[in-house]
Design a protein around this ligand. Structure first.
Ligand SMILES: C[S@@+](CC[C@H](N)C(=O)[O-])C[C@H]1O[C@@H](n2cnc3c(N)ncnc32)[C@H](O)[C@@H]1O
Length: 241
């Protein structure tokens, strides 16, 4: 059985957290239902669900991740970048979080096919994961094409707000990299204001540093759509001092 969804978590101790994205999309096919039923539980990064960890005790990272460096991808969509990173860097462990269950099922299909060994999956909101990650436990973080929320009155729903960036800063190790990819100019603007406000330092020295992808980048489904529709990717690299 899949663990309970954090975005709809009704545990009495759970704080009210608005989540505006989608949790379910098209009906899953039988294979996808099987992936969720059979594979998801074993891939859990630890006790994230409020139902099993209402005191929000921190995850024992060394026990769960064998003392290896742990990376984090927030909102992995279909999981192509997440699996690519896991396969490229077998010496690390990487946690992906994504509340959209169709995306989680797609990722599980990829993990099963490739037999990827170093990916953990939190099928829910990053904020619930931040609660139980110890301080300085994550060595690198990725935010690829976060939901753009184009209307001005919705900008406060964006990931690049204090509500998400402050706990992210806390869980990252000093010296950790935080990568943000987006195709929305106004999202770039907000990112370059809010991320440094949370304590991060932008690493760009010139336009090449934000117009060219990282050497180990894997273009995501969302990026492919943005390129087809004529939008320009921006690749922003921050350091957590
Ligand atoms: C525009 S999609 C991009 C997906 C993927 N990164 C890509 O590039 O194709 C943004 C994703 O972020 C997820 N998301 C939104 N808020 C989130 C949160 N609080 N925690 C984790 N994921 C979140 C959404 O469910 C959605 O799948």
């Amino acid at each position: 059985m899949a663990p309970p969804m954090t975005a709809s978590n009704k545990h009495p101790e759970a704080p009210w957290r608005n989540f505006y994205g989608r949790i379910h999309g098209k009906t899953l096919n039988q294979a996808q239902k099987d992936y969720l039923d059979e594979d998801l539980e074993a891939l859990s990064p630890g006790a994230v669900s409020w139902d099993i960890n209402p005191n929000r005790d921190p995850i024992d990272m060394d026990a769960r991740f064998k003392g290896k460096p742990v990376w984090l991808e927030i909102g992995f969509g279909g999981g192509e970048h997440l699996v690519h990173m896991g396969e490229t860097y077998p010496e690390i462990e990487i946690i992906g979080c994504e509340p959209f269950m169709n995306g989680v099922a797609m990722l599980l299909g990829k993990i099963r096919k490739l037999q990827t060994q170093n990916v953990a999956v939190h099928p829910g909101d990053a904020r619930d994961l931040f609660d139980v990650l110890p301080d300085h436990s994550i060595s690198k973080a990725f935010l690829n094409y976060p939901d753009p929320w184009p209307k001005k009155r919705h900008h406060r729903r964006r990931f690049v707000t204090a509500e998400h960036l402050e706990p992210l800063f806390r869980v990252l190790k000093p010296g950790a990299e935080f990568r943000v990819a987006t195709d929305i100019p106004d999202y770039v603007r907000q990112t370059l204001i809010e991320v440094p406000k949370a304590g991060f330092v932008w690493q760009a020295e010139g336009p090449k540093d934000w117009s060219q992808p990282w050497s180990d980048w894997y273009s995501t489904r969302y990026e492919q759509k943005a390129l087809r529709e004529g939008r320009t990717p921006h690749y922003l690299t921050f350091l957590r001092p």
